[in-house]
Design a protein around this ligand. Structure first.
Ligand code: S3P
Length: 183
């Protein structure tokens, strides 16, 4: 029997998870370029489909509507082969999304300390409805509460003070090691 385990791993899509603004899109795009794969941002797919920005979707239709759309889009994307997919920071709140991504893809969690995240917070507030109207202490609570959902992953990469290029190389090395260890 030929051993095709490694080729099955190569076919899998890679899904980036992690808190808002951790760099899922930037790192995902770099990894896609380096591996010569397509990059897909799940939130951008939702925005394209509805012709609206995420903040407007939340405001017009509410969070529950956004979450239902998010599940539909990620369920579809997770079935694609060899793609690099970035999902929103709240996607793994949904058990079905977590399960389907863990079953079908390689899930990479990008991690950042609260201290480093706080430094980029002002760049994020306007476009992230989940952060709006919350005090710093509420956001800190959310940051730590969300760590539980991000613990569902195959690979965890700490990005603190690392340039995006270096993080992307770490991701690729970790995926190679994971494939090697799974053979
Ligand atoms: C959300 C994160 C956002 C986007 C939406 C909700 C969240 O994506 O999906 O605003 O609940 O954490 P990013 O993580 O790409 O900012």
């Amino acid at each position: 029997m030929p051993d095709n385990t490694s080729s099955l791993w190569k076919e899998k899509s890679i899904v980036f998870i992690g808190f808002m603004g951790v760099g899922k899109t930037t790192i995902g795009e770099l990894v896609a370029e380096k591996l010569n794969r397509d990059f897909i941002d799940a939130d951008q797919e939702i925005e394209k489909e509805l012709g609206m920005k995420t903040a407007d979707i939340f405001q017009t239709y509410g969070e529950a509507f956004f979450r239902a759309k998010e599940k539909e889009v990620i369920t579809y994307l997770s079935q694609q082969k060899e793609a690099i997919i970035s999902v929103g920071g709240g996607a793994f709140l949904q058990e079905e999304i977590r399960q389907i991504c863990l079953d079908h893809c390689i899930v990479v969690c990008l991690d950042l300390s609260w201290k480093s995240w706080k430094e980029r917070m002002n760049l994020l507030i306007d476009t992230r409805p989940v952060l709006q109207g919350r005090s710093l202490s509420d956001i800190k609570d959310l940051f730590y509460q969300r760590q539980a959902i991000y613990s569902n992953h195959h690979i965890n990469i700490n990005t603190d003070s690392l340039p995006a290029e270096v993080v992307a190389e770490h991701v690729i090395t970790s995926i190679h090691n994971l494939q090697f260890n799974q053979k």
